[in-house]
Write a protein that binds this ligand. Structure first.
Ligand code: GAR
Length: 211
């Protein structure tokens, strides 16, 4: 692992397949990053087991132990700071971040969402796309702001919606693309190639070095 590897903190609430895609990209040398810590708001999140399986520190932060959301978020931010995390990756983390958290890591929090934002934000995005009758669905990696899935878009990938699709079959097709674009977006950040200009994210050319 390179000395200059980007220090990641991953937040996940469940299965952790996007976490696994990040781990796989790092282990394959496609992503110059190191996961310093995986944090979960669920003790039973499979993401925690995946982290442990790869020798990555995995921590359950119990929301019930905190009287308010901002106290929970302060604990999470404290853990991220303690690990000198440079980029926070939400990977199926099913809680909204408080404004204090966003302010602490502005421009340094990414999320993966299973829809072509700004269509279908929030929960059950794939079901929303199917019920709406969309012909094309997909996924989005975006920076996180104070809104629900509203931050500047980094990468998107599309998949067709087929006539016989179920929520499960469409979700599975989208998930393949999630696993491709999330590590790619993180690598662009690691290379210092993402510039946020208002709502737009400009992808800079070449081999710029992270400052
Ligand atoms: C993924 O499909 C991700 O896009 C979605 O949750 C799933 C987590 O799967 N996130 C959201 O809906 C956030 N709004 P994973 O735990 O296997 O990565």
């Amino acid at each position: 692992m390179s000395e200059t590897a980007l220090r990641l903190g991953v937040l996940a609430s469940g299965r952790g397949s996007n976490l696994q895609a990040i781990i796989d990209a790092i282990e394959a040398g496609r992503l110059q990053a190191r996961i310093e810590v995986v944090l979960s708001d669920r003790a039973d999140a499979h993401a925690l087991d995946r982290a442990c399986g790869h020798g990555i520190k995995a921590v359950f932060v119990d929301p019930k132990a905190y009287a308010a959301r901002d106290l929970f978020d302060s604990a999470v931010v404290g853990a991220l700071r303690a690990h000198q995390v440079e980029l926070v990756c939400l990977a199926g983390f099913m809680r909204l971040l408080t404004p204090g958290f966003v302010a602490e890591y502005r421009g340094r929090i990414m999320n993966i969402h299973p829809a072509l934002l700004p269509a279908f934000p929030g929960l059950h995005a794939q079901r929303q796309a199917l019920e709406y009758g969309a012909r094309v669905a997909g996924c989005t990696v975006h920076f996180v702001d104070e809104g629900v899935d509203t931050g500047p878009i980094i990468l998107q990938a599309t998949v067709p919606v087929l006539d016989d699709d179920t929520e499960e079959s469409l979700s599975a097709r989208i998930l393949v693309e999630e696993h491709a674009i999330y590590p790619r977006a993180i690598q662009l950040f690691a290379e210092g190639r993402l510039a946020i200009k208002g709502r737009r994210v400009i992808i800079l050319d070449g081999d710029r070095v992270r400052s």
